[in-house]
Structures are given as C-alpha cells and as structure tokens.
Design a protein around this ligand. Structure first.
Ligand code: FAD
Length: 484
C-alpha cells in the first residue's frame, strides 16, 4: 500500500470502546457486526491494494432505521464513519484511513418497487449494479449506467461517486437519471426524498448534493432511478486505427452517421490490448489480425436490427474507404459481442495483474487527449525508469472518448515516492493547463483531495467547506478525504 505520512489521526475522534460495541450489538444481529481481523481485511483494503485502513469494526445494517441509529450514536459520541458499498472505488474513498468505523451497505439489497410504465426503479443502496441490470432485463429495461465493476459495485456507491461509465454517452449522468434519494444525515435524521417524478421544481434540489459527495455528507440508503427501455438490437464493432487523429475523425463521423443509435464510443491504445492479451483476461482475445496503435469499440443500440445493421455497415464501409480505419470487425452473435466488450472491460483487471497501478482519470478536450499519455511516457523515459524490466513497466491510455474522459494508467513494480513525485503534480498541472478536470468520474477520495484546486476556484472550495460544516458539523463522515 502507498504510505501517507503527512496524514495524522484527528484525536478529537473517539476511539472505539466496549461500551460502543455493546450499543451496536444491541441494535444489530451478531452477523452484522464484524470484528474478526481476518474478515476485516477485505474492508480495510481497497480494490487496487493501494490504500489500507486500520478499522476494527464493520457494521452491516439492513434497514434505514438501523443506519439512522448507528449514525446518531456515532455523531453524539464523535466516532468517525466510512460508508462502504462494493469497495471498487479507485481513489481510496471507501476504505478508512485510520480506525474509522466502516458502515457497509452489503445487507441492504432489496428492490423496493419498479414501475413498468415510467421505468422508475426504487431500491436499497446496497443492490449490486449487475443484479439490478439483470432484474430490469426481465422487464425489458436497462440500467442507465454500466461499468467494469458492475458485478461488485453497489448502486449507492455509484450514486455517491457519481459514476459515469460505458453508457453515459447515451443515457447521461446520474445527475439526470437519479429521480430521488433516501439519505441518513450524520445526526441520524432520515431525509426521505425517494421521489419517482421526472419533474419537480419545488425548492433546492437537495439530492444533487449527495450525488458525487463520496460519503462525506450522509449515507445514501435508497435510490430512485429512471431506467430506459432495453434496446432490441445491439451491435458492437472493434476498429483498428493508425493515429489519434483518425480516432477523432471516426468519433466525429459516428456522431454524424450513427447519431441516435450510438450508445458507446470507447478507445484504448495498443499497450492496453497487449496487457489484456498477456494476462488472458477471460474471453478476451484480439480479433483483428495485425496490431494497431489505437483501437475503438463502438456500440449501437436501437429498436430495428435491419435498420441498425445497414446504418453501421455503411458507416464502417465509409471509414475503410476513406482510410480512417485500417481494419474492423463486427460481432456476429452475443458471444462475440461479449468478447469484444471484455477486451475493453478487462483493461483495469489486466493492469492490476501487471503491478501496482497509478490510476488517473481526466476530462480533457479530445484534440489533446492522447498527448497527455505521450508526454507522461516521455517524462518517465527521460528518467530512464520506463521499460518491461524497469521501475515503471508501462504507461497506457484508454477511456470514454465519447465523454472526453481519459484514463491514464501507469503500472509500476511497486508504489514509490520517487514515481509518485515524477507523476504528481505534473499530470494535474497538465490537465489544469488544458482546461480539463483532475477527476472526470472516479471522484476525489483520499487520492485527489489535495489537488482539488487544480479544478475548482478558492471561492468554490470555500462554499463546499461551508456546506460540509452545515451538514456534518462534527465532521464524522468520511474524514481526511474529498476536501483539501
Ligand atoms: P465504494 O468503493 O464502496 O465507495 C466509493 C465511495 O462512495 C466512497 O467514498 C464511499 O465512502 C462512498 N459510498 C459508498 N456507498 C455509499 C453510500 N451508500 N452512501 C454514501 N456514500 C457511499 N467508475 C466510473 O465512474 N466509471 C467506470 O467506468 C468505472 N469502471 C471501473 C472499473 C473497475 C474494474 C473498477 C474496479 C472500478 C471502476 N470505477 C468506475 C470506479 C467506480 O467509482 C466504482 O466502481 C463505483 O462507482 C463505486 O461503487 P462501490 O459500491 O464499489 O463504492
């Protein structure tokens, strides 16, 4: 795990006592109170094994009322709390820094209601994204978001991080699709705003504050979300391209020619696909014959297969004729379709098998998108530390190009101060200089709290701090993170 020696435990927080444990055990069944050191490990370590906390207690309430009692007690006694969903976050936000109590939503997994006319789904915060998507598939609907971590992440965690992912291009962000939330405030007050209305201009839209608040303002216990109809016809194509200019040209043309049926436009570089092949991520192999510097995965979703096939075919033919792409393949059945997606979705897993991964997630204007990867490579090469057998094994770029969102990933033998200092703040300055954001979709957590000023003005940060003080005056919710 990476070390954070500059962080000190806030001694105004109480340390867990026998009395506290007795209280928690009085409101929760024994199976919902985890103290065993071996069992705590999975909750104290994050997905990347980069951040490690030292919590002695995980609580797994199953009702909103239990969450309310826990938070009221913690607030009255100044016990710090970390909300945790599927623990797939990539900025160290969901694991404790010191001995904070972990409040997991793992036992809150009921679907509360689904309206097949409007598509409004209301569920507990601990429902796993993929479980919700499978449930909706049976009703002919689809979750408006999808990400590689879908098998583990919770919808509450998705909302808390304002997760973007693979379908944002088509269905927009959670700020648009979330219709209402149920939230337990730090003092135990339950804020019941589980509205299923699409339109409701009555006062400040409080739910928006919790979307992307990463557990710093309260615990999301229920989510109401608008789900779209599942498309009957889905096509996926993988294209090989020679330059990033061609990637941009293909993107522009996809908007022109595929317009309303375009549902994903993802990109990755050769280094990324090489890692997937090398680490044999299940089901992923390269269907294109020769290697290409860049790859694009395009998905279309529509209601008429013949219409979509024709449109996609004409589009791809045009790209080949005009030499915008060098090669391409269209999935012929569901297995091939999944295979193509698994290449793109397998990149994070392949990286984690390569070494300790420095993960960055930027919004950057598309024209300069890939220059960041090239500049980073050049910087590490100049230091003589980039290469298969060196301190840094590879630098790769992939991401949601349709949203202007680049994932820059640097795999090293291990996390070291030297590497960290070569990357940061260089990358943040780079993003800021190009009017980008230092976090497109992963959030701030522990990792990026100190770098918020690269994307937000002092006035904005001041107002954020004031809001935090109003909503969590004792500062018990997810301390040390999010705000500088
Ligand atoms: P956790 O990791 O448990 O928590 C994340 C944050 O939310 C923490 O700060 C935590 O305190 C807080 N939190 C969790 N639950 C609650 C709650 N109920 N109330 C209040 N606060 C809460 N992200 C994207 O945006 N797009 C992607 O495409 C994407 N792909 C990914 C692929 C992989 C393989 C992995 C591992 C991660 C990916 N992510 C992606 C990261 C993404 O942020 C998370 O996967 C997901 O949104 C977090 O959900 P979670 O339940 O795991 O939350």
């Amino acid at each position: 795990a990476e070390k954070f020696p500059h962080l000190k435990r806030d001694e105004s927080f109480k340390k867990l006592s026998e009395e506290d444990l007795a209280f928690f055990k009085s409101i929760l069944p024994p199976s919902a109170v985890t103290q065993d050191e071996g069992d705590l490990d999975a909750y104290n370590n994050d997905w990347m094994l980069k951040y490690r906390g030292q919590s002695k207690l995980v609580l797994k309430p199953s009702t909103t009322d239990q969450v309310s009692k826990i938070l009221k007690y913690c607030n009255d006694n100044r016990l710090a709390v970390v909300p945790q969903g599927g623990n797939t976050g990539l900025v160290g936000g969901g694991v404790p820094v010191f001995d904070e109590i972990i409040l997991s939503t793992a036992n809150m997994s009921n679907i509360r209601s689904f309206d097949p006319i409007s598509g409004a789904l209301v569920c507990d915060a601990g429902c796993i994204l993929e479980v919700l998507d499978n449930y909706l598939a049976e009703q002919g609907y689809i979750m408006p978001l999808d990400l590689g971590a879908k098998g583990s992440c919770h919808i509450g965690g998705n909302v808390a991080t304002n997760a973007g992912g693979l379908r944002l291009l088509r269905y927009g962000s959670l700020h648009g699709t979330v219709l209402g939330l149920e939230v337990v405030m730090p003092d135990g007050t339950i804020l019941d705003n589980l509205s299923t209305l699409r339109k409701d201009n009555t006062g400040y839209d409080l739910k928006q504050l919790f979307i992307g608040s990463e557990g710093t303002l309260g615990i999301i216990t229920g989510v109401s979300i608008l789900t779209p109809k599942r498309s009957k016809a889905i096509n996926v194509a993988l294209l090989g391209l020679n330059s990033f200019d061609q990637v941009q040209a293909a993107f522009k043309r996809s908007k022109d020619e595929l317009s309303e049926i375009l549902s994903a436009f993802e990109f990755f570089d050769q280094g990324s696909i090489n890692l997937v092949k090398q680490h044999l991520v299940a089901g992923a192999n390269d269907p294109l014959e020769s290697p290409h510097p860049f790859y694009v995965l395009i998905e279309t979703s529509g209601s008429n297969k013949d219409h979509d096939d024709e449109k996609l075919g004409t589009f791809l033919e045009g790209l080949l004729t005009d030499e915008i792409v060098q090669d391409g393949v269209v999935a012929q059945d569901t297995t091939q379709l999944r295979n193509l997606w698994s290449i793109r979705e397998g990149i994070p897993e392949a990286l984690s098998k390569t070494g300790s991964v420095y993960k960055y997630d930027f919004s950057i204007p598309v024209p300069v998108f890939y220059s960041m990867v090239e500049d980073m490579k050049a910087r590490l090469e100049k230091e003589g530390i980039l290469g298969e057998d060196k301190e840094v094994k590879c630098v790769v770029g992939f991401g949601h190009i349709g949203d202007g969102n680049l994932h820059l990933n640097i795999a090293a033998k291990q996390y070291t101060d030297r590497i960290t200092n070569l990357i940061e703040p260089f990358v943040y300055e780079w993003a800021s200089k190009h009017a980008g954001s230092v976090s497109a979709e992963h959030g701030l957590g522990l990792m990026k709290a100190p770098f918020l000023h690269y994307s937000k003005s002092p006035t904005m940060i001041q107002l954020m701090k004031k809001l935090k003080d109003v909503m969590d005056p004792n500062g018990i919710m997810n301390p040390y993170k999010y705000l500088p």
